[in-house]
Ligand binder design. Sequence first.
Ligand code: SF4
Length: 144
Amino acid sequence: MKALQMEDFATGSMMGSGGFIVLDDTQCVVKHTYTLARFYRHESCGQCSPCREGTGWMEKILLKIDSGKGVMSDIDLLWDIQRKIEGNTICPLGDAAAWPVAAAIRHFRDEFEWHINNPEDCLRKNYGLAGYADEIHVPVLSNE
Ligand code: SF4
């Protein structure tokens, strides 16, 4: 039986967990995607490596972008990581972790680019991180 892929959904989105979050256009898609990634990294049981490693990588890269320290290639790296998780894990948590990242990039890539092109504005308007952005640990993931 073929595993479901994001492309199998007509809207390019999914509601696998039965819950949904409604955001207005004042909200930061990057920050909310980071929050989701953080949740899935925490929930990963670590049994299979795409989920165990991939959720952590996605969380780190999203935090890097959200903290104004991202580079353009981080977006493609994120895309690549979620593609390698999707369909390659034992349970559906891997897909559930990958799909929000895919949807965010597919539908809101301009917001990711804005964060990278405007690091100072990004920190100033970053909904709560601005006060302690220098204190949080942002890993350096060199991919350039
Ligand atoms: S996909 Fe499921 S089984 Fe695999 S590491 Fe993630 S939570 Fe564990």
